[in-house]
Design a protein around this ligand. Structure first.
Ligand SMILES: *Cc1c(COP(=O)(O)O)cnc(C)c1O
Length: 335
């Protein structure tokens, strides 16, 4: 048996999803003529209580466009030191927006208004102008840790007081909503921008959507074109996103249950030093031996995973990890 626990991006479209893609009505979206793309953008915007949406090829692009929209060159943004926008987007904050980054040490990537407040620069020519805060929910490098809306509220209030924009990297926002029980529609009021990935736990092959005000999206559309992200008959891809929203949100709780089972099994193993708390579909654990050795042993049994540090391994559950595979992995953890 082969089990791929490297990432929730490895899923393949299901037959139902392929059917939806096949029958999508499409047009040239750069001309604003693809009704399926427009339907996806409107559907997600309504879902999150935002005015408008913009379909993009990747979550990196939606995040980078948001940063471009919410800053000017010489500005600074504040984010946690583990955050995807800082670590895994190739230095795009500096390259695309000419903005510097102030890093905080959150708790598994979760930051608070109290941590942010002292890092906002005063109006002095020595300092870059602080203009944006970026949160991530769930936090990838935090092992899928979640913000609740109650934790977000004081951050949004601080940003409003200080005239800062607030962006959410919601690559796995539906995993967070599944865990916290918060409602998507309550998110819009707190954020200037929200990026939602369709190609992670939702199982679509491609695509992310940036949500914001109509005015911001109008400018974001311009930035997307400049970044090379204007797509033509993209409705085939948007159809997969719509299908995913209709069919693959409810089932995320299954991924979370699978992750919890894997974590429990790992806790009993002599070669495992520590398992981080599991809230969603990511399981991070530390090994006594170098992670490289363990990954080789796992691969020998057909189990693919990645390391996120010299002694840290990440298991990710997703749409294509079935109950029999979880049982197989649990049985296979004895070396
Ligand atoms: C995957 C991911 C993204 C976007 O990645 P793309 O591969 O560019 O779609 C953004 N933020 C987080 C936290 C992610 O895990």
């Amino acid at each position: 048996m082969t089990v791929d626990l490297r990432s929730d991006t490895v899923t393949k479209p299901t037959p139902g999803m392929l059917e939806a893609m096949w029958s999508a009505k499409v047009g040239d979206d750069v001309f604003g003529e693809d009704e399926t793309v427009s339907a996806l953008e409107e559907k997600l915007a309504a879902l999150f209580g935002m005015e408008a949406g913009l379909f993009c090829p990747s979550g990196t692009m939606t995040n980078q466009i948001a940063i471009k929209c919410f800053t000017q060159p010489l500005d600074e943004l504040i984010t946690d030191q583990t955050s995807h926008v800082y670590r895994y987007e190739g230095g795009g904050i500096a390259f695309n927006s000419a903005v510097s980054t102030r890093l905080l040490n959150g708790n598994r990537g979760i930051i608070t208004a109290e941590m942010i407040a002292p890092e906002i620069n005063s109006n002095d020519v020595h300092y870059p102008h602080t203009s944006l805060v970026v949160l991530e929910n769930t936090v990838n490098k935090g092992g899928g840790s979640c913000y609740t809306l109650d934790q977000i509220k004081p951050i949004a209030e601080l940003c409003q007081q200080k005239g800062l924009k607030l962006h959410l990297d919601g690559a796995r926002i539906f995993n967070a909503l599944t865990h916290t029980g918060d409602r998507a529609v309550d998110y819009g009021q707190y954020f200037d921008g929200i990026s939602v990935c369709l190609s992670k736990g939702l199982g679509a092959p491609v695509g992310s959507v940036l949500l914001a005000s109509k005015e911001t999206i109008k400018y974001a559309r311009r930035v997307r074109k400049v970044f090379g992200g204007g797509m033509r008959q993209a409705g085939f891809l948007a159809a997969a996103g719509i299908y995913a929203l209709d069919h693959h949100v409810e089932r995320l709780k299954i991924d979370h249950a699978h992750a919890a089972l894997l974590a429990e099994a790992l806790k009993g193993k002599s070669w495992v030093a520590n398992v981080l708390p599991v809230e969603t579909n990511l399981v991070l654990f530390d090994t006594f031996e170098p992670a490289k050795n363990i990954l080789e042993k796992l691969l020998g049994k057909g189990i693919k995973a990645n390391s996120t540090g010299p002694n840290r391994i990440r298991f990710v559950t997703h749409l294509d990890v079935h109950p029999d595979m979880v049982e197989y992995v649990i049985r296979s953890l004895t070396f």
